[in-house]
Ligand binder design. Structure first.
Ligand code: GDP
Ligand code: IMO
Ligand code: MG
Length: 457
């Protein structure tokens, strides 16, 4: 059974459109919150990313991992939209839909934008070849020498999910080499689109040393199959969404990845290929920013990161390992152990600012139980200078040394707390410290993965 009633609907009729955005490097618990909020909304909409996302929802102990399908799907009768800003791997999507159907989830509410770009098999090949090449040259290149002590470390692999995300977004911008979901379900133009795409792609992949033969006929046949299967779901979602809003229906936007992985505002170049912040909703769905009333910024009570790139508060010690084990910090998509560190409030405050967060959602507070002290980073030391500003790229961030404040820990298990007053005093102080620093109220505190393990303030 997937439609168990949560403790609250979180309904807030004053806003037609709300957004849930990750304020860190992803995996903040967006899926859990979107699932909870979905009950009070008519449609849930993804606007960015692709199958690099892994959003977990736990309903009465049963875990669902969603990658392309919006997390609202577990409530029957909801419209679930994959917006034009998403890059869709049609095979992964079908696999996900079949998996959900096997578990009794009704996925008939799913609609896919005809403008969304398709991730084709060669995008994954290209992603992997680029990563392997970067890894090789990164280890061969000479790092900064004694004559250039401030020189940035050589760029190594990004540590992508190898799901073809970067190459698919690059092709979208390149235009001629792209195939959109609307093309897949239009047999009369599919061959032409794929033919042009492969004409441009073959020399590139050969140069990267790919042994894969990209045969037009075979790919057209594969794409026709998935196109036929998905055709009933592929529509103009821009008019659909505007029609819903005009009827007074409530729409929830589900951010994927995280603000610090945003292609412009994140720790570039160690980022993903899309606009993850709330501003991505406009280009990623056709719904203008002015329609958005509420932006909920989801953040963990500590930090995690998957893949390469700087993370000033990273803990490569027993405390980090303890948090990893307690928080089950292993990637939902790739199974990689997540890098773990203390909460970085400089980063979170920056993310709240660029998203215009109207409320915070603090997750994983239960994971910190048993820590004698909890550290939070409130500033960076950059050489001689101390700053509260998040640097503009990875090279600058790599120089940041965290300045910590120490707060009292708590010993109690928080999993059964349902009201803010149920939390031990030091846990409440921790939440209030975060609110005070970021300047945004924590509207929800999550104390476990299950729907019920949620405190609304
Ligand atoms: P997302 O990508 O932001 O949706 O987050 P993920 O689903 O990838 O990772 C969050 C993980 O934490 C999942 O395994 C969730 O089930 C789990 N989770 C969410 N909220 C909480 C919480 O408050 N406490 C604990 N212990 N786990 C949580
Ligand atoms: P959710 O939605 C955590 C990271 C990858 C890598 C970088 C680029 O579950 O929070 P990509 O495959 O996108 O080109 O990889 O971004 N990354 C994520 N990390 N959660 C995610 O999504 C992520 N999506 C991408 O690990 O470092
Ligand atoms: Mg995730």
């Amino acid at each position: 059974m997937t439609n168990a009633a949560p403790t609250t609907s979180f309904s807030d009729p004053s806003h037609a459109a709300s957004a849930v955005i990750g304020l860190q490097w992803g995996d903040e618990g967006k899926g859990k919150l979107v699932d909870l909020l979905a009950k009070g909304h008519d449609a849930v909409v993804r606007y960015n990313g692709g199958a690099n996302a892994g959003h977990s929802v736990v309903v009465r102990g049963e875990r669902y991992s969603l990658h392309l399908v919006p997390s609202g799907i577990l409530y029957p009768g909801k419209i679930a939209v994959i917006g034009n800003g998403v890059v869709v791997d049609p095979w992964k999507l079908i696999e996900e839909l079949d998996g959900l159907a096997k578990r009794g989830v009704d996925t008939s509410g799913l609609v896919i934008s005809s403008r969304a770009h398709a991730v084709l098999p060669y995008h994954k090949t290209e992603d992997a070849l680029r990563e392997d090449l970067l890894k090789r040259v990164g280890s061969e290149r000479v790092p900064s020498g004694p004559d250039r002590p401030d020189a940035p470390a050589p760029v190594s692999e990004i540590g992508t999910t190898r799901r073809g995300i970067g190459p698919a977004y690059a092709d979208k911008v390149q235009r001629a080499s792209a195939v959109r979901m609307g093309d897949l379900s239009r047999p009369e133009t599919l061959r032409d689109r794929i033919d042009v795409a492969l004409t441009l792609k073959r020399p590139l992949l050969n140069a990267y040393g790919s042994g894969e033969i990209l045969a037009t006929d075979a790919l057209v046949a594969q794409c026709s199959d998935v196109g036929a299967r998905l055709a009933p779901m592929i529509k103009d979602t821009t008019y659909l969404l505007h029609g819903l809003l005009a009827q007074g229906k409530r729409v929830l936007f589900e951010g994927a990845n995280g603000s610090l992985l945003d292609v412009d505002h994140g720790t570039y170049p160690y980022v993903t290929g899309s606009t993850c912040i709330a501003a991505g909703i406009g280009p990623g769905t056709g719904v203008p920013a002015s329609r958005l009333g509420r932006v909920l910024g989801v953040m963990k009570a500590y930090s995690t990161r998957v893949g390469a790139g700087p993370m000033p508060t990273e803990l490569a010690d027993a405390v980090g390992e303890l948090i990893r084990q307690r928080g089950r910090e292993y990637g939902t998509t790739t199974g990689r152990p997540r890098r773990v560190g203390w909460l970085d409030l400089v980063a979170v405050k920056y993310a709240a600012m660029i998203n215009g967060a109207t409320g915070l959602v603090l997750t994983m507070l239960d994971v910190l139980s048993g820590m004698g002290e909890i550290k939070v980073c409130t500033a960076y030391e950059m050489g001689e200078k101390r700053t509260n500003e998040f640097p503009a790229d990875a090279y600058e961030l790599a120089k940041a040394k965290p300045v910590y404040e120490s707060l009292a820990g708590f010993a109690q298990d928080l999993g059964a707390c349902r009201r803010f007053a149920d939390l031990p005093e030091s846990a409440r102080r921790y939440v209030e410290f975060i609110e005070g620093y970021v300047g945004v109220r924590a509207e929800v505190v999550s104390v476990g993965p299950d729907r019920e393990q949620t405190i609304q303030r």
